[in-house]
Design a protein around this ligand. Sequence first.
Ligand code: NAP
Ligand code: ZN
Ligand code: ZN
Length: 349
Amino acid sequence: MITVQARATFSPEGPFRLTTIERRDLQPHDVLIEIKYAGICHSDIHTARGEWGPVQYPLVPGHEIAGIVTQVGSEVTKYAVGDRVGVGCMVDSCRECVNCRKGEEQYCLHGNTGTYAAIDRYGQYTQGGYSTHIVVTEDFVVRIPDGLAFDVAAPLLCAGITTYSPLRHWGAAPGKKVAVVGLGGLGHMAVKLAHAMGAEVTVLSQSLKKKEDGLRLGADHYYATSDPETFKKLAGSFDLIVNTVSAKIDLDAYLSLLALDGTLVNVGAPADPLSVNVFSLIGHRRSFAGSMIGGIRETQEMLDFCAEHRIAPEIEVISADRIDEAWERVLKSDVRYRFVIDIGTMGKE
Ligand code: NAP
Ligand code: ZN
Ligand code: ZN
């Protein structure tokens, strides 16, 4: 076992404390990664607070991981010591089922292995990226292109791919009108990516507080959902709506904004069920869909797309002793637009 430093929460309420965890010894196809930066995703909060179901403590969250390969197993072929790499929300899957074979490992029929709070094939409880090192099989590691710095690369491993995948799947492109609900970590990436794909982009945020930012990030229009006029004015106008909101919203109101054959895809994952009135769908042959992260191949494609289009998240780098404070700010929608932990500060008290 390899003993490494980490920040863990010991109960749903926290706080985070410096601790040590064990990583497995390198198996033939494993790489050891020295983590440089780890992003803070709202899913870390949902999971650690038990909102999606009970989890085991201590828990080290973090599934937006960027770092350097420092050791490789005897049969590793894809990576070498010194390579710049990333790890996202999953670290394994069965690799044999029909979905895995398609490169959609996130939809593995046997369930993918989450980067944290899951039991891996060795029977070990997985611990995430709020940590100095991680051991991952090479097939679940992606390469960070040279043009992307580690700190901005980290959030792409979840916020980036989770928005890139549905935008590609539902064909965001020139001539398409795309709305993004919620301008947080995922939302701001959705705006940048949809803009880069050539779509006409509208932000639907709770208020106009972040309007200047939204337009600068690439949105063509920006509306406050607290204003009932927004729903009248935009009725029937979008081909695709990407809902990134972490809380329950009135889906019927948003579905009314879709054009004929439009789709509202939910990537936001609130614990409470969302209800839909079927008349919101059947009236204009609309669809309500969901999407979860993206496969490994698509994650690499997204990173290369971001490097090529010079797309990077807007981040606020924090030291490891400030995770609790950052989480509170995420919960207040006070994030511009992703917190990223500088893992070099891990030992700081
Ligand atoms: P985030 O940074 O907190 O952003 C969420 C945004 O939603 C906020 O910035 C806010 O935007 C809006 N919002 C929050 N509470 C709201 C409320 N009560 N009513 C209306 N709008 C509200 O979170 P994130 O990291 O982007 O994650 C967003 C959600 O996606 C979370 O539920 C997360 O678990 C989920 N997620 C899913 C996947 C997947 O694979 N499907 C992957 C990653 C994350 P405004 O201030 O602009 O209104
Ligand atoms: Zn995430
Ligand atoms: Zn599978």
